[in-house]
Design a binder for this molecule. Structure first.
Ligand code: FAD
Length: 443
């Protein structure tokens, strides 16, 4: 940083700036502590200050300051990312989006929002008009729309609508650039992929247009099974049941449900179970499917009770890892896709091979029109070497691993440099100020 902290604060006068070291340190963190590999790599990495713009003109002013003094810039939504995505590796300014909270409009199936709008707030408003988000992460209460698009992949709803990266699941973005003369750009159509899931390395998203889905009344069920593979096959069968509308199919091998403390009075000890959200109007065919697989419904909540008490969404996706780590913080996790395994043979092979060391947790999602199992397995961590062996074994058997133990964009899910995103970065961030050291292609 070529400007003193005092002068930087002076440059940003009139904006909401946080300099208290404890607060800045807190706002430099996310949930990377799920990974024992990332913890030492990110230790001590903090920004110099946090600034909270209240509108796009303030965002532009921050961008101009960063360019003028070559100050690194890291964007933060709610900081619920898992890979240190919003931890600044080279200090500088943290731009936090919490004041950019306006829902601009909701029309037939599309919403226009500022980046800091929380997904839960968007859904509350959209549901009043018969719509809801196509997909949300299990952190929907706190996560921002911009943070989900820039750092997330998919979630509850992905069983119907695929993943964020699928064409159509993001319609437009407005971004502020860090060119010599920072400006506002609008990207539409396939151009949105230039900044989607780029960890804030190539543009500050200020507004987004996102598509919505028709809102259903969702009933929540926990269904228990005698063994894990029956639970998994039930999950696949429900995913394949085109006549049953569902939003979430989350399947857990014993002993994972034992970690769901708040569900203990409903789920028997050492059960294998599926946590599902099904359209309430499809209760009858859903119950027939449960009967076919000899499942036992051990928890049921009607759509009229939505918003009250427990929400099964908050036991799915990486909330499973959160609950498990609350009981045993030596546990960590993997993220995988079983891309070509319609009979679940590979799922069974991994389940049997690793036993209790890698506990199976499946989330069914739609990929290229087919419902497939994704997995967020819980891993009993011993050391990094063994973790790498576990990853390598999965890959050797044909399981795709989106490595959650790296903060480098390409080393997680993509594996290859995205030249579309890299070329866009060359244009909009020529000085490499945005979230430095996160994009391998730039390095
Ligand atoms: P942040 O963590 O603040 O930011 C994420 C990334 O986006 C960072 O790189 C940041 O720099 C960048 N960014 C943020 N705002 C902007 C902007 N305006 N312009 C440019 N870049 C920006 N993820 C899923 O996909 N699905 C899940 O189901 C899911 N479940 C989770 C469960 C738990 C318990 C936890 C801890 C995490 C989970 N996540 C999940 C990860 C994360 O919660 C989501 O991706 C969430 O949407 C991130 O939103 P955020 O506002 O917290 O973003």
């Amino acid at each position: 940083m070529q400007i003193s902290l005092e002068n930087l604060i002076e440059e940003l006068s009139g904006l909401e700036v946080i300099t208290n070291p404890a607060q800045v340190a807190k706002l430099s963190e996310d949930y990377a502590h799920f990974s024992p590999v990332l913890v030492p790599l990110l230790a001590g990495k903090v920004g110099d200050l946090v600034v909270r713009p209240s509108d796009e003109s303030e965002v532009l002013r921050i961008a101009k300051t960063c360019v003028k003094y070559k100050v690194p810039l890291t964007i933060r939504g709610s900081g619920t990312g898992n890979y240190g995505q919003c931890t600044p590796l080279r200090g500088g300014i943290i731009l936090e989006t919490s004041r950019l909270q306006e829902i601009k409009w909701i029309k037939e199936g599309i919403a226009s929002v500022q980046t800091g709008v929380k997904l839960a707030a968007l859904d509350k408003r959209a549901q009043e008009m018969g719509w809801e988000s196509r997909m949300v992460p299990s952190t929907f209460r706190s996560a921002t729309v911009g943070g989900f698009i820039a750092g997330g992949s998919g979630g509850i709803g992905s069983v119907l609508y695929g993943q964020l990266r699928d064409r159509g699941n993001l319609r437009a973005v407005r971004v502020v650039t860090l060119e010599d003369e920072p400006r506002i750009m609008e990207l539409r159509g396939d151009d949105v992929q230039k900044v989607a899931h780029a960890y804030g390395t190539n543009g500050i998203i200020t507004e987004l247009e996102v598509p919505l889905a028709p809102a259903y009344g969702w009933a929540e069920y926990v269904v228990c099974f005698g063994d894990f593979m029956t639970a998994a096959r039930f999950g696949q069968a429900l995913g394949n049941s085109d006549g049953i509308i569902k939003k979430m199919i989350s399947v857990h091998a014993a002993p994972i449900p034992n970690y769901f403390t708040a569900l203990q009075s409903y789920i028997p000890q050492d059960a294998n179970c599926a946590l599902v959200l099904v359209a309430e109007s499809d209760r009858e065919p859903f119950f027939s499917l449960v009967q076919e697989f000899k499942g036992e419904i051990c928890y049921e909540k009607g759509a009229h009770e939505a918003g009250k008490g427990l929400n099964l969404i908050e036991f799915s996706w990486n909330h499973t890892t959160l609950h498990a780590r609350a009981v045993d913080d030596s546990l960590t996790y993997l993220q995988s896709l079983f891309l070509n395994d319609p009979q679940l043979e590979l799922v069974q092979r991994m389940f049997t091979h690793f036993g209790d060391e890698v506990m199976m947790h499946l989330e069914f999602i739609k990929v290229n029109g087919n419902v497939i199992p994704a997995a967020i397995q819980l891993v009993r961590f011993t050391d990094a070497e063994r973790l790498n062996e576990i990853i390598a074994y999965h890959e050797s058997q044909g399981v795709f691993i989106a490595n959650p133990h790296t903060y480098i964009l390409e080393d997680g899910g993509m594996k290859v440099v995205d030249h579309n995103q890299l070329n866009f970065k060359r244009m909009v961030d020529p000085h490499g100020l945005m979230n430095p050291d996160k994009m391998r292609g730039w390095q």
